[in-house]
Design a binder for this molecule. Sequence first.
Ligand code: KIV
Ligand code: ZN
Length: 514
Amino acid sequence: MDRIKIFDTTLRDGEQSPGCSMNLHEKIEVARCLERLKVDVIEAGFARSSPGDFESVNTIAKTVKDCTVASLARANIGDIDAAWDAVKCAVDPRIHLFIATSPLHMEYKLKMTPEQVLEKTAAMVAYAAGKCSNIEFSCEDATRSDWAFMAKVVEAAIKNGATVINLPDTVGYTTPDEMRALVEYMVKNVPGSDKVEYSVHCHNDLGMAVANSLAGVMGGARQIECTINGLGERAGNTSLEEVVMAMRTRPSFFPELPRLDTTQIYRSSKTVYSIIGQAAPLNKPIVGRNAFLHESGIHQHGVLNNRQTYEILTPESVGIQVSNIVLGKHSGKHAFEDRLVQLGYQLEADELAKCFEEFKDLCDKKKDVTDADIEAIVTHNTVRQEEIVDGYTLDWFSVHTSSLTTATCTVSMKKDGEKFESVALGDGPIDAAFKAIDQIVKPHNHAFENFTIHSISEGKDTLGDVIVKLSMDGQYFTGKGLSTDILEASIVAYINAINKLCATAAQEQGKEVQ
Ligand code: KIV
Ligand code: ZN
């Protein structure tokens, strides 16, 4: 039997969910992670939805060598043409075509009769197959569709050249038994099923996306659609790390394991969380901070005697290195590089130089530098911030605060060789610092969405990881800062977010002038 394929849609279904939008650099960074993970298919976006999406799908199609690259398309000629134009340069391009098949969607969204949906499917799959030999066809809202009608639609798609048939649980409505039965029904009743691969795409509205995907596999599906960290519309999609590790942990149920390199899971998860400006919930399976912690005495005792008493998978299998090794100010570049390799990072020379410099700075402030610190440094330096060449950088800041007086902060920033200084009062030092920055950078019509600080490791001298999220006209801008001084990390994070926002505002203004 063929092994299970992993179709990752972090860059399409994940990215289209609120607060998760990414810029081109960030999308390329995620695509690099996905290639390292060895997913089979990367759904790089929805090429027709905007010129920016077309560009990112196209750039990823040119960049990725070891995975199929797909673009989503609705069942119309414009979408199919855009999808094909964006992915045709890929080593293995795919067009992912979809149309809704449930009574609700056909009547209220498409305003089409079932017969029209059937005809459109045949015509549009044939049109797409005339361009590309790898066509995935999805029946949107499959789990609320009439199975007999959907079987006819799928038959038409197969007859006209579809090679993969996807059955999405678009609204996270199904249950494992039903999902399994649905796939079994299609495989058994649709002529030509033996020539295609079936796929499942589950949403997590009732918390069953992973279970439903696994049940789909038991029913005969050979492709699972999922996202890193389970990002996606509403409650998200099937989480890649959970569904893959479930199969690895129970190979007697899932002997046809995916080709995925699971040791890249933790790093990929961190990269994606860092890009979207979120931290993993502590109890998130596989990648949350508590996923491998044992707090109660009984559990600790068991684990000390034999890890398997309370651990069904090892942290190492997902790329979490558990070690007591700490580096410090006497560690040289080789020791640093060795540790990076053990942690699963192979950096380009320029990235390594930047990370090592930051590591040395940290050693001056913190006695023991842990793996978590090193990973934070690497994530901050390798998740490329949008290259804003002419952005602001922090020169210095000075703050005065007490419980008796209003906080005051002076911030000095540089841009294009020029220096800018401003002082502001605020409700606490962070508010004062951000106000001082706002006075330098002329105010935009933006909203402050979110501000988080979390500590990278234990101890009072831990690195503070700050994420600031701003929004303007429906777009989100995330800035990150990392320092043992949380005020400095906050200021840097705010400046990074402001730089991204200003660059976008300048681009939009440029378009208006043209
Ligand atoms: O959830 C869904 O139905 C989708 C399709 C477009 C595949 O994302
Ligand atoms: Zn979806």
